[in-house]
Design a protein around this ligand. Structure first.
Ligand code: CAA
Length: 255
């Protein structure tokens, strides 16, 4: 099963279960998770959601590179548009609080998913980043928008342009995550965070979520989808994705 679901006393834990691919988001995972968020939104027994990944090695290591490596620009644009609509916007716009529990790698689409959640609790083993430019592409699931919203433009530029990974302590210091705990304590800490939110008035929580989101423009997300697709037509994209699949270093033309 690609997604594990467990409802305990109002708290729904959704676990992306593809550990052999470090929980990478292929179209099936995205659709399954999207359906689960819809079901949770409609289920009065669910009052908050914890979103996590199976295994300790990765929350999610990104969009599934093997699935899109031979896509053209139009397909790339559709990939980003579909993912944003089906999952990333749906998580952010969910009117029940969503807490991401992050251990290990949260990269590319994985960090983008954690950023779409309302609160992030990380283990001290977490490694976070947007490595897309090292693959010849750019973040396409909202990362160019949500990272600057969370940590400010300057630091976001640095992370996106260097493609480097950040450790948990740096992520905490810049506000990318809300709390860092030892790995063994992550499930309990994420649950405690969710339950400390759930004790408040459900309608007030939903309205507060709406009000916070109302302050952010949607224009940048549409621009990101266009730019993400355009990048698929470049030699850099072909070289970057082929190099990942062949497990070699990319040789970008003109670098
Ligand atoms: N897509 C597809 N498969 C992936 C994957 C991904 N994003 N990340 C890891 N995997 C697969 C690997 O190919 C490998 O599969 P095989 O066993 O079949 O070879 C398996 O998961 C285990 O991974 P590694 O052997 O690479 O593990 P490692 O410990 O050597 O390295 C890692 C871990 C540094 C996270 C490395 O896997 C990695 O760099 N992954 C890709 C990270 C990345 O670039 N993410 C961004 C994707 S693009 C994106 O997300 C676009 C967007 O915004 C829409």
């Amino acid at each position: 099963m690609l997604l594990l679901s467990d409802l305990q006393d109002g708290l729904l834990t959704l676990t992306i279960n593809r550990p052999e691919a470090l929980n990478a988001l292929n179209s099936e995972v995205i659709q399954t998770l999207s359906d689960a968020i819809d079901a949770a939104a409609a289920n009065a027994d669910v009052r908050a959601i914890v979103l996590t990944g199976a295994g300790e090695k990765a929350f999610v290591a990104g969009a599934d590179i093997k699935e899109f490596a031979d896509f053209n620009g139009e397909q790339g644009k559709e990939l980003a548009a579909r993912g944003q609509r089906l999952l990333f916007d749906k998580v952010e716009q969910c009117r029940k609080p969503v807490v991401a529990a992050v251990s290990g790698f949260a990269l590319g689409g994985g960090l983008e998913l954690a950023m779409a959640a309302h609160v992030r609790v990380a283990s001290d083993t977490a490694r976070m980043g947007l490595p897309e430019v090292s693959l010849g592409v750019i973040p396409g699931y909202g990362g160019t928008q949500r990272l600057p919203q969370l940590i400010g433009k300057g630091k976001a530029m640095e992370l996106i342009l260097t493609a480097r990974m950040m450790k948990a302590d740096e992520a905490l210091a810049c506000g990318l995550v809300n709390q860092v705990v030892p790995l063994a304590e992550l499930p309990a800490a994420a649950e405690a965070m969710a339950r400390s939110i759930m004790k408040n008035a459900p309608t007030a929580l939903a309205t507060a979520l709406d009000a916070v989101l109302a302050g952010y423009s949607r224009e940048g997300f549409a621009a990101e989808i266009e730019s993400f697709g355009a990048q698929f037509e470049t030699e850099d994209f072909k070289e970057g994705t082929q190099a990942f699949i062949a497990k070699r270093k990319p040789q970008f033309p003109g670098r």
